[in-house]
Design a protein around this ligand. Structure first.
Ligand SMILES: Cc1cc2nc3c(=O)[nH]c(=O)nc-3n(C[C@H](O)[C@H](O)[C@H](O)COP(=O)(O)OP(=O)(O)OC[C@H]3O[C@@H](n4cnc5c(N)ncnc54)[C@H](O)[C@@H]3O)c2cc1C
Length: 391
């Protein structure tokens, strides 16, 4: 088998017209303006509140780059383009920040709709959600440290009930369901609840996936313990492996509150932990299904190599690669072109409500050491190739 090349920009951007590619180049270049990245989301939210006519501009630029639409229906177009190129979509309802029961209930209704949409449409191979989308952060925190009052318990039970219902609907619909990982101080309770749900539902095949953040130095041990548990109790595990999105926040809190940081000391140890977890999941594929949530080329390559070495079919359903919409198309489309299982998170929601998500994407793409250099150089390479000028 020939190795997948992540440098093939023709495959990576086949789905984008010249105009769209130039627009992406312009957008990524804006992320170099630190002040814009820092204040842009806040100013945009303010402008939208004042009803300034900026919604169209936002929608046609940063929103279009990173989101599928404001509704599931609007996501169909982006989803169809991905699917035509062998890439699935994961509807990701990305509304954040409102801590009210009514909002949690309406999020829950929307998540049900997303799962049922996935049931009837092959272009959506997974569904996904965050527990903080269906329940209060501080209740999850109290449940994690065992300090729920009687009044809190009712709120916790509502969240748990929504979680259980979403899993049941996913199982009944035969839709794989990813549950995102969040801050360490709410993650213990999420892990405990999701482990119970995997024990209940992942009996014959894996439908429920928890997420492991490999920037945490305790996760390899946790993974090994979970595998022992699954083997001895006769159920299967689903894990989405990620590096982790809350590093600064985690370190700051640990420092402020005077406990040892849960985060690996440096990037190298996070990378090593990620690849070790991937190898453990792969070697235990009789009980673990893996979704590799990463934009890291080396880790993505590692999974293709392990699969090749052990003669695992590239279409084996236990292995999926996942990236975010609008990022790392070179990984997604080259893997899909070679026949691997690939899906992209396709965030959606009302513009105002997804601004925090867009702010994080802008932030992530603004560091010179980070993704922006890579995204930009690939776009430039492809534009040159199309003009017949090889870079
Ligand atoms: C499909 C998908 C789903 C995701 N789901 C989740 C989720 O549920 N929960 C979640 O938290 N995140 C999630 N993420 C985000 C993810 O955790 C990473 O933040 C992001 O993908 C960047 O990591 P990387 O592996 O793609 O790439 P890389 O660029 O190779 O890695 C960057 C990551 O390395 C780690 N890192 C960087 N510097 C250091 C350092 N000095 N010390 C230690 N570690 C360091 C950080 O985790 C950083 O995000 C998801 C990402 C994808 C693509």
């Amino acid at each position: 088998m020939t190795q997948v090349s992540f440098d093939n920009t023709e495959v990576a951007f086949k789905h984008k017209s010249d105009a769209k590619l130039k627009q992406a180049k312009w957008l990524f270049s804006l992320f170099n303006y630190k002040w814009l990245v820092r204040f842009g989301p806040g100013l945009t939210a303010f402008g939208l509140k004042l009803r300034l006519p900026i919604k169209g501009l936002v929608k046609q630029t940063i929103f279009e780059q990173f989101c599928g639409g404001e509704t599931i229906e609007e996501c169909n177009q982006a989803g169809d383009v991905l699917y035509k190129n062998g890439v699935g979509s994961i509807l990701d309802y990305s509304v954040e920040g409102v801590e009210e029961e009514a909002t949690f209930q309406s999020n829950f209704e929307e998540l049900k709709r997303a799962i049922l949409t996935a049931k009837s449409d092959v272009k959506f191979p997974f569904a996904v959600f965050k527990c903080t989308g269906i329940g209060k952060f501080d209740i999850l925190e109290k449940a994690s440290n065992g300090s729920l009052s009687d009044a809190d318990q009712a709120s916790f039970d509502m969240m748990k009930n929504r979680l259980e219902q979403l899993c049941q609907i996913a199982v009944d619909s035969k839709v794989r369901l990813l549950i995102d990982a969040e801050e360490t101080w709410i993650q213990d309770i999420i892990d405990a609840l999701v482990m119970d749900l995997m024990r209940k539902h992942n009996t014959h095949e894996v439908c429920i996936y928890n997420t492991l953040q490999m920037y945490r130095h305790d996760r390899v041990a946790y993974l090994k313990k979970s595998i022992e548990e699954a083997k001895s109790q006769g159920f299967q595990l689903g894990y989405k492996l990620v590096r982790g999105a809350y590093m600064e926040k985690e370190r700051e809190r640990a420092e402020e509150m005077g406990y040892a940081s849960p985060i690996q000391p440096n990037k190298e140890s996070t990378d090593a932990g990620f690849d070790e977890a991937l190898t453990i999941c792969f070697n235990n594929r009789d009980v673990v299904a893996t979704c590799l949530g990463t934009h890291n080329e080396s880790s993505s390559k590692l999974l293709t190599e392990l699969m090749e070495k052990e003669g695992v079919a590239i279409t084996d359903d236990r292995f999926w690669f996942a990236q975010l919409y609008g990022m790392s198309d070179n990984i997604s489309f080259n893997l899909a072109n070679a026949g691997y299982n690939v899906a992209k998170y396709l965030p959606y929601g009302p513009i105002q409500a997804v601004l925090p998500y867009l702010g994080r994407r802008a932030q992530e793409n603004s560091s010179v050491a980070g993704q922006v250099g890579r995204e930009m150089s690939l776009i430039v390479k492809e534009l040159k190739r199309r003009k017949g000028v090889d870079s």
